[in-house]
Structure formats: structure tokens, C-alpha cells
Design a protein around this ligand. Structure first.
Ligand code: COA
Length: 258
């Protein structure tokens, strides 16, 4: 069904593997279109509870947008490329009501770093490298990198990464707060799946509200007000009644996601 993605659905976990290893999984138009469709499927397919995004091969997660498509573009085309990518892939991943985790198995550069940042959190293998090297090409990030990176690592680290185009190691990315866990390459997917199975045992509606609240983070009262609203909404779910009853009856909860 897809020419640039491999999709596997097992135990409720959808693993999306970007599969252009000879081009270090660079994001060309087809990958972006297919990722958009694959993310739509995460939203709509009831058999998918959580998802992983990773790259094929041992070398790269994604080495960025496909540079070979750049030379033909004018300013309007460039704007359209960024808008389409943000709207149809990156924002949809960030706002997905089901957890989407990046398993970074090598280079995560440019659009690859932005793709990992759009996921809800990141596990990386020990030899993963992160960077926003767009300035080397006379470019800046277009898939939300300047915004998500700044929110995650802070203004000055973001400025340095974006201005130097330097790569950082997985260990440095952990210190920066970009990567949650660093794992041996052979065990990376297995460890992500273990965490996702744990998350799948929790109340799905509550999980989706966690995503909404964190994405609506705001220093001012707005974020706190949003949380109050979402907290209240939990009391209208069957899951809350089931979870609280199960605790009081000293049994395991059986959540329905309603
Ligand atoms: N777009 C298009 N093709 C890319 C690519 C990209 N972003 N990144 C890598 N490739 C291709 C290379 O052109 C090469 O193709 P070829 O074998 O047909 O010549 C292949 O992938 C392997 O890459 P190569 O550069 O030979 O590997 P390397 O180990 O020497 O270097 C990198 C690895 C990641 C350091 C290097 O590929 C690189 O800098 N890539 C571009 C990163 C970037 O600027 N991303 C932001 C884009 S906006």
C-alpha cells in the first residue's frame, strides 16, 4: 500500500518505518504524503492504540527533507512545502490522541530531528545524532523545528543548534531534555514497545487528555484552566468509574476507552 513506509500493527502498536535507507530515509514528497495517510490511520483505526515512528537501516532515523527536491522551488513553493508538512504530518502527530513515540535509530537531522520532536517523546539508540543543519544549505527549519526545539531545550541551546548546524550525540540530547532514554540499538524497538504496552494498560481517554493538556502548556492561567476543564471531562467517562471502582474493589481495571 505504501512505497516509502513499512507498517506493522501488533498488540495495538503501529510501527511506522520510513523505508528509504539508501537515501538515509530523507523526507521527499512521497514520504510526506504517505506519512500523512499513515498518521490518519493511527487516528481512525480502532486496532491501533499507540504508535512508533522509526527509520529503516542502522544508519539513519531520517536525515532531513530530501535536498534533491529543493533546487526547483521558489519562495511560494517553499512556503507551501513547509505548510503542507506542518499541517498534514507534524502537527497531526503532535496532536494525535494516541501516543506516538520516536525510536531514533541513527541520524535525526533537519526534518528528521523535527519529526522526532513532533512525537510525544523520544527514545534513541546510543549512536543516534541530532541536529538542525539547515543553515548549511541557506535554509532554516520549516517543519516546526524552531518552535518545538526552543520549547524543549530553551532559547539559548536552540539558538546554538540552529545557528551552528552542529550535531549532538544521544547523550547530549538526553542532557538537553530531548531524549527520554538511551538504549542499545538492538533493544531500541523492544524497549519502546514495553513502554507503549504499559501506557496501553492505562485509561485511553485519560491518556488523550494528558496529550491535550501538555500540548496546551501555557505559563499563564490559560494552561491551568484548560487542565481544569479536561479534569472535569474525565468524570463523564466510563473509564473513570471503572478505574476508581477497580481500585476500591482491589482488582485490575478493564478500561473501554469511553
Ligand atoms: N536529502 C537527500 N538525500 C540525502 C539526504 C537528504 N537530506 N541525506 C542523505 N542523502 C543521501 C545522500 O545524497 C547519499 O545518496 P547517494 O548515495 O545517492 O549519493 C545517501 O543519502 C547517503 O548519504 P551520504 O551523505 O553519502 O552519507 P554519509 O554517511 O557520508 O553522511 C550525513 C551522512 C547524514 C552526515 C549526510 O548524508 C548529510 O549531511 N545529509 C544531509 C543532512 C541535512 O542537511 N539535512 C537537512 C536537510 S533540510
Amino acid at each position: 500500500m505504501y512505497s516509502t513506509l513499512l507498517i506493522q500493527i501488533e498488540n495495538g502498536i503501529c510501527t511506522i518505518t520510513i523505508n528509504r535507507p539508501d537515501k538515509l530515509n530523507a523526507l521527499n514528497k512521497t514520504v510526506i504524503n504517505e506519512l500523512s495517510a499513515a498518521v490518519d490511520e493511527i487516528y481512525t483505526n480502532p486496532n491501533i492504540k499507540t504508535a512508533i515512528i522509526t527509520g529503516a537501516g542502522a544508519k539513519a532515523f531520517v536525515a532531513g527533507a530530501d535536498i534533491s527536491e529543493f533546487l526547483e522551488l521558489n519562495a511560494n513553493d517553499g512556503e507551501e512545502l513547509a505548510r503542507r508538512g506542518q499541517q498534514f504530518v507534524f502537527d497531526k502527530i503532535e496532536n494525535c490522541p494516541k501516543p506516538v513515540v520516536a525510536a531514533v535509530n541513527g541520524f535525526a537531522l533537519g526534518g528528521g530531528c523535527e519529526l522526532a520532536l513532533a512525537c510525544h517523546f523520544i527514545y534513541a539508540c546510543e549512536n543516534a545524532k541530532f541536529g538542525q543543519p539547515e543553515v548549511n544549505l541557506g535554509l532554516i527549519p520549516g517543519y516546526g523545528g524552531s518552535q518545538r526545539l526552543t520549547q524543549l531545550v530553551g532559547r539559548n541551546r536552540s539558538m546554538e543548534l540552529l545557528m551552528t548546524g552542529n550535531m549532538i550525540t544521544a547523550k547530549e540530547a538526553m542532557e538537553y531534555g530531548m531524549v527520554n532514554k538511551m538504549i542499545n540499538a538492538d533493544e531500541l524497538l523492544q524497549k519502546v514497545r514495553e513502554t507503549l504496552l504499559l501506557i496501553q494498560s492505562k485509561a485511553p481517554v485519560a491518556i488523550s487528555k494528558v496529550i491535550e493538556c501538555v500540548n496546551n502548556f501555557d505559563h499563564n492561567q490559560q494552561g491551568y484552566d484548560f487542565e481544569i476543564k479536561k479534569f472535569g471531562e474525565c468524570f463523564a467517562t466510563e473509564d473513570l468509574k471503572e478505574g476508581a471502582s477497580a481500585f476500591l474493589e482491589k482488582r485490575k481495571a478493564n478500561f473501554k476507552g469511553k
